[in-house]
Design a protein around this ligand. Structure first.
Ligand code: ADP
Ligand code: MG
Length: 711
């Protein structure tokens, strides 16, 4: 029992083992995803109150901005004549008192209980001879003493206060201390990197004596989080290379020559380089595992087609999986066009050849059509299949799938990627995998999320693209509608994207309908205005996209269903309503729907009323740059993790403390160290404690991913 306690063990101890945690508290903690003592001690403070900076009320002068700590002694709330809420309270310490006024924060009357100790930050005014703070920042100190008080993210809904959490965390740490929390990293290594021990780090972050200790503790815990992720990626990569066998292709078949020679344009240098990298991978019997990163419009589809044609040219099949039906259909049409004059050998026909066969499989394909398609895929007469997740359902088999392309993989889980791999073959070999993403990923993020993939980058747009002039419109929309009308009069087309509304598809659809009506009956009355949203049936969506493509619809009012992949070069104007509700990455994707032809394109980012400073910074970034990588870095700066992590992804709680923007250096460091620790078999045999921790971490992640899939 004198062994130090491991994280795995801490995770096996339920919170109900702590004092004062009964059935009800346990349920409340579960509501905020705290099940075990491990969850509790990794529930990190949101900030700290340093009471050495505390002012005494007796010393405070009007006009000063200060932090004071006092006890609440009266609270009242009322409404003004125009129904605004006002909460007033008074607070006292042993030297004086202070009045608090909160406008439009009715909930404060519930938060501020009489007798509660609170810390207040704000500017002190003189109101009729009394000290007063208006809308101060409030932190609940509760009954805690000590120079530095950690403030935890608390949950009013679950009835958990910051001092409840703090008490249980202290107890958890105190009871671990006799055995100490195990440190799986070799001592010398810690010294070399300059990190404190794990026990010290937990103490420092939760119960610091000095603010400088918090930083040391944080560094250690951040490093641990990042190292676990890097170790998993590294081990996986080496083990995959050890074990898996792919199909070695010939890459000089004449199908490929015909394909490349038949293109109406020259490849960009980036496309050529990327195709070379892919060819090299596909020639080898080690399965490719490559990320193709390229900004919108950089020509990824062509590269994907090339990879799949290598398979077809060598007598195998290719598949492309997309996240939405609209995008799958779009890819399908593109591939059909690219495959137009291509033929493969077929001894059963008179001239010994047949056209390359490209098919679409979504849930909308049903009945006899579906059965015929599935037969063709299984007997190999279908060469290329584009589809949604329908591709990975039971009953879908391939004759010999050897190249898989997954578009926008951040919307898929890792599990779904491998499902398509396993389904594709019966001989135990793995299809080669190419993951395409149009979301430019900053280097640090790429190292973390896609760390086990090789990377090709299309960092060059095809020539002849017109730049997209972007402007933020916050006043009158007249200019926007004038521009749209004149573009339509010149035979061009446009998109109007409707605001995001919470998570409700239904509300989004109805707001899009309303927008369409308003435009039709108002500023765009002479124009054919179509409507596309996620609640339409696949047939309806398809027919609307067809009408837009062939010009029967001039202006398409749409929700973000058009975010990815839609390619209509004649569309030259993008109007995004309530643009402040979108993130940088999403605005960039949406804007990328225009500027695809030779005509000048414009993008209008429309906002109404006051918007936040963050939103202003995002819109300014879009106005200034059309370079996806520049924008991605800016996004990372502005919001920490960047939009890519918003998507459902297994292991999304891997990083509780680390921030990819703030902790870049630690990402790189963790990657280097992971490379040192993992052996050539992809194992951690020399470090059994670390090995056990990583194993536990993987199990935990899998459970989490399973929960996600079930919910
Ligand atoms: P992405 O998928 O990267 O956004 P696409 O593959 O859809 O980009 O390509 C955008 C458009 O550019 C398509 O219409 C495509 O035909 C065209 N295109 C691709 N490569 C080139 C090239 N090398 N030169 C000219 N046009 C190209
Ligand atoms: Mg595309």
């Amino acid at each position: 029992m004198n062994q130090p306690i491991s994280l795995r063990e801490l995770d096996e101890i339920g919170v109900d083992r702590l004092q004062g945690v009964g059935e009800q508290r346990r349920a409340s903690l579960e509501e905020v995803s705290i099940f075990s003592v491990f969850d509790l001690v990794t529930h990190y403070p949101r900030r700290y109150i340093d009471r050495s900076h505390e002012a005494k009320l007796g010393d405070v002068q009007p006009g000063q901005t200060v932090m004071v700590v006092g006890e609440v002694d009266a609270v009242s709330s009322r409404r003004t004549r125009n129904r605004k809420s006002i909460v007033e309270a008074s607070v006292a310490d042993d030297t004086g008192s202070l009045k608090l006024v909160f406008f439009n924060q009715a909930w404060r009357s519930k938060q501020l209980d009489q007798g509660l100790t609170v810390a207040l930050f704000g500017k002190v005014d003189n109101y009729r001879g009394n000290l007063q703070m208006t809308n101060p920042l409030v932190d609940l100190v509760g009954d805690r003493t000590g120079r530095i008080v950690a403030i935890y993210p608390q949950s009013g809904k679950a009835g958990l206060t910051t001092w409840d959490l703090s008490r249980w965390i202290s107890e958890g740490l105190r009871r671990s201390q006799s055995r100490s929390i195990e440190d799986p990293l070799p001592h010398e290594l810690l010294g070399e990197i300059g990190l404190v021990s794990r026990m010290q780090a937990f103490k420092a972050i939760h119960q610091p004596d000095l603010m400088s200790e918090v930083l040391d503790g944080r560094d250690r815990l951040v490093f641990d989080e990042l190292l676990r992720v890097q170790l998993v990626l590294r081990m996986r990569k080496i083990q995959r290379l050890e074990r898996a066998l792919g199909v070695a292709h010939e890459t000089d078949g004449h199908l490929l020559v015909e394909f490349l020679e038949g293109l109406p344009f020259d490849l960009t240098a980036a496309q050529r380089r990327t195709m070379d990298e892919i060819s090299t991978d596909l020639k080898s019997d080690q399965p490719m595992h490559r990320l193709l990163q390229g900004d919108v419009g950089s020509g990824k589809t062509l590269v994907a087609m090339f990879a799949m044609l290598v398979a077809v040219s060598d007598g195998h099949q290719g598949a492309l999986m997309a996240p939405t039906e609209v995008l799958a259909e779009q890819h399908y049409l593109n591939l059909l066009r690219l495959a137009q004059n291509l033929e493969v050998p077929d001894p059963s026909t008179l001239d010994g050849k047949r056209p390359v066969s490209v098919k679409l499989l979504t849930n909308a394909v049903s009945g006899e059509d579906r059965r015929r398609l599935l037969r063709g895929m299984a007997d190999g007469s279908v060469d290329l299949v584009v589809g949604t997740q329908a591709l990975i359902q039971d009953g879908v088999d391939f004759g010999s799938l050897s190249v898989v392309v997954v578009d926008e993989q951040h919307r898929f889980g890792v599990e779904q990627r491998s499902a398509l791999r396993e389904q594709g073959r019966t001989d135990g070999r793995w299809p080669h995998l190419l993951v395409m993403t149009a979301t430019p990923i900053p280097r640090t993020a790429a190292m973390t999320v896609y760390g086990d993939l090789d990377v090709s980058v299309l960092d060059e747009l095809p020539p002849g693209r017109s730049p997209i002039a972007t402007s933020w419109i916050s006043q009158s929309l007249e200019e926007v509608w004038l521009h749209l009308n004149s573009e339509v009069a010149n035979g061009r087309q446009a998109y109007v994207v409707c605001p995001l509304i919470e998570d409700s598809e239904k509300l989004v659809a109805s707001s899009a309908e309303k927008t369409q009506l308003e435009l039709k009956n108002g500023p765009l009355s002479g124009v054919n205005v179509g409507l596309l949203h996620g609640r339409l049936s696949s047939d309806e969506k398809q027919s609307i996209m067809d009408d837009f493509r062939n010009g029967a619809i001039d202006v398409l009012v749409a929700t973000t269903v058009i975010e990815v992949g839609v390619d209509v070069p004649n569309a030259t104007t993008m109007v995004i309503l309530s643009a402040d509700r979108f993130g940088i990455a999403q605005l960039h994707q949406l804007r990328g729907r225009v500027g695809r032809g030779i005509n000048e394109s414009k993008c209008f980012l429309v906002t109404e009323g006051e918007i936040s400073d963050d939103a202003k910074a995002r819109l300014a970034a879009l106005e200034e740059s059309t370079d996806g990588f520049v924008l991605a870095e800016r996004d990372l700066e502005l919001r920490g993790e960047g939009t890519i992590f918003e998507q459902k992804q297994s292991g999304r709680n891997d990083l509780k403390l680390a921030s990819l923007a703030r902790d870049r250096i630690w990402v790189e460091r963790a990657r280097e160290i992971a490379a040192q620790l993992v052996d050539e078999k992809g194992r951690l045999g020399r470090y059994p404690l670390l090995d056990d921790e990583v194993q536990w971490f993987i199990d935990r992640r899998d459970d989490e991913a399973e929960n996600l899939l079930r919910s």
